[in-house]
Design a protein around this ligand. Structure first.
Ligand code: PHE
Length: 506
């Protein structure tokens, strides 16, 4: 790097030295030739001087004529006409013999050279035998001289020039060059300004005579690099505020690992359900099992799976406690919801009093999925539930409306779906004005008696609940097409730094 910078500085010094004397340099191209410096180097220097207003430049174009490789060959060794003249000597040669002398050339080229030599008075042709011989004992190599003149930048006769062009001894090129004049700030060239007052300057008093650079009030300030919140954290905060203003309490979801019992069994998800497969769920190797489940509750759950009860037929298979003890990375935060429901029922058992609750959580869940544009193996779920007497599907729909309205989503549509733990269950859709289509924004339902009764929830108390990934609204809000550029190792660093504050529906 360094030598390059040195060359540029030297070129700049030379140019400015001349500008100070002559006030103008007509042609950067000629100047570069005169100084033996590549023109592109000179142009680079001029552009940077112009940017600093030290030089002002005007672009011009002109055509130059240059010798080609063949032209240079003629300049060095002579024209083929003159070479042929030499080789013929005092002989008389047929055209075929001439061709042999110039065997590296094409037949037509040899013909053209002979006829050009005749015009130049080098050769004569015997009319009857067609034999070729020297016309003069001395010649001047005119074509070589023309090449010589072109190489010096001199003009030659148009007819001669056309011949050189036809023989491909010369080419013409358009050259962009610059006229160079002093710029407004030429006097500042080479001045080293002081930019800061140093302790040393204050001590020695040299600040009084120091040459300070003027303030540039139009310059952009340097970016302040503080910490930045990830967009998911921003949107999480917004959604958290929505839940809090609606009177929901946050659930303690601070555990990524849970047992299959809480994640599946207590939620009436049968042990043969495909979601409990290795392909869908991450199982934990160490510690592989949890044994600390409430014994009476385990029996209740076993019964409801095997035999049913509370009006249900159950699944009628052999429920294995061992299977329920397997630890997993929780596949949904509903594992915490059922823990909370169970705790409420325990409280009721102890006190005989049931307290209605509204709970929510926003936390991470894990699924053994192949990742693509819209799927990740770990993502965040927002979950809300209300536990109260006599709740109906209307209450669920009404709650969802007021919850989503606060996120700017109206005209919700519902579609029946299936969850092992809710009945009825509904997928929730909203019209997305930017994408101009309905997008799925959640899954919801009313908890089944098969979930609530074994937990000990009193008669008449129902649970309405819904869940949604946090990434979905974030992708919509930040117009991210690929979920992998929102979370994970491929997130562009600048995206985190520069994304705006999040205002849902404001
Ligand atoms: N647990 C469901 C899911 O993972 C969401 C849900 C929560 C559905 C509560 C109904 C009730 O998609």
């Amino acid at each position: 790097m360094q030598p390059q910078v040195d060359v540029k500085n030297q070129v700049a010094d030379l140019i400015l030295g001349e500008l100070k004397h002559n006030a103008i340099i007509q042609s950067s191209y000629v100047w570069a030739l005169d100084h033996g410096i590549p023109h592109h180097t000179v142009i680079g220097v001029l552009k940077s001087l112009e940017a600093k207003c030290i030089a002002s430049i005007e672009q011009k174009t002109f055509i130059i004529t240059e010798l080609t490789q063949q032209g240079l060959d003629v300049l060095q060794n002579g024209s083929p006409e003159a070479l042929l003249w030499k080789q013929i000597g005092n002989r008389q040669l047929s055209p075929a013999e001439c061709s042999q002398l110039l065997s590296h050339m094409k037949e037509e080229t040899v013909k053209a050279i002979i006829s050009s030599g005749i015009k130049l008075n080098y050769f004569t042709v015997d009319k009857s035998s067609k034999a070729i011989s020297r016309k003069n004992q001395e010649i001047v190599d005119a074509i070589r001289e023309q090449c010589q003149q072109v190489s010096c930048g001199k003009q030659i006769d148009k007819k001669d020039f056309d011949y050189l062009k036809r023989r491909q001894y010369v080419v013409q090129k358009s050259i962009t060059e610059y006229l160079i004049k002093p710029g407004d700030k030429i006097s500042e060239y080479g001045i080293a300004y002081d930019t800061d007052i140093t302790e040393e300057m204050l001590r020695s008093g040299s600040w009084k005579t120091a040459n300070f650079k003027e303030y540039n009030f139009l310059a952009m300030g340097s970016k302040i690099l503080g910490g930045s919140l990830h967009p998911l954290l921003k949107i999480r905060e917004e959604i958290r505020m929505i839940f809090l203003t609606l009177g929901f309490e946050e659930m303690p979801t601070n555990q990524f690992v849970d047992s299959s019992f809480w994640n599946f069994d207590a939620l009436f998800q049968p042990q043969f359900h495909p979601a409990r497969d290795l392909h869908d769920t991450f199982f934990i190797e160490d510690p592989a099992e949890t044994h600390a489940h409430p014994a009476d509750y385990v029996l209740q759950v076993k019964d409801i799976h095997e035999k049913g009860g509370f009006g249900s037929l159950g699944y009628r298979y052999e429920w294995k406690e061992k299977e329920s003890q397997k630890n997993v990375l929780r596949t949904h935060t509903t594992a915490t919801s059922i823990r909370m429901i169970y705790a409420l029922a325990q409280e009721y058992k102890k006190t005989g009093k049931f307290t209605p609750k509204k709970y929510f959580s926003i936390d991470r869940v894990f699924r053994n999925e192949a990742t693509d544009q819209t799927h990740l193996a770990e993502f965040h779920q927002c979950e809300g539930l209300i536990v109260d007497y006599n709740l109906t599907l209307r209450d669920l729909i009404g709650t969802l409306k007021s919850y989503y309205e606060r996120q700017g989503l109206e005209n919700l549509q519902f579609k029946p779906t299936y969850n092992p733990y809710t009945e009825p269950s509904m997928e929730i859709y909203a019209f997305h004005p930017k994408l101009k289509k309905y997008v799925e924004i959640g899954n919801s339902g009313m908890f089944r008696p098969e979930v609530l009764k074994p937990a000990g929830i009193p008669d008449g108390v129902r649970v309405i609940a819904w869940g949604l990934s946090l990434e979905r609204p974030a992708m919509i809000k930040y117009e991210v097409q690929d979920i992998r550029s929102l979370i994970g190792p491929e997130v562009p660093y600048d995206f985190i730094r520069s994304n705006p504050i999040c205002r849902i529906n404001k």
